[in-house]
Design a protein around this ligand. Sequence first.
Ligand code: ZN
Length: 193
Amino acid sequence: MKFQRDTMTDKLVLPGDEIAVEEEYVASDGTYVRDGKIYASQCGTLILDDNECIAKVVSYNPPNMLQVDDLVYLTIDDCRKTMATATAIACDKTQRVISSSTVATIHVSKISPDYTDNVADEFRKGDLVRGRVISISPSLQITTKDPHCGVIRAQCGNCKTELVPKGKKNLFCPKCRRSQPRKLADDYGDVKI
Ligand SMILES: [Zn+2]
């Protein structure tokens, strides 16, 4: 029998599947050996590492479903009267793509710990925002009330220059010399995603 020489195969294996022979590979995670042959001990993706001569089986990645209390990164799509609509682009607990719905809303009452009745005083279209999930069903809802939540990166609507913070509640365009209000995260401009 011949085995593929790839480091990472796309081959899915089941427990008991013969995956390699001991002459060629050392049995590692997710495998066991019997009579000189290596078998999968769990469902998963077969990895034959030819540099280390290791055979192992890694379990499938579970889907990345958002949960209440998760911190997420979103882009603001629209600012309506009572809410902002946004798209969740990443979750801080994993690098993987979000597999649940990414269409989010941020109600005007959930934006800031201070009273606000105008979404456009807090966010603008295109802003990158960190928020916390408060509901996933029937729809994804986000709050940005925490100090660590709010806008983390924004561009000027006129000239696309990256805005700089001015005080705790304003952003400033150094080119247009204009400032605009925002609900800022406490680390605006200093965020590495
Ligand atoms: Zn500008």
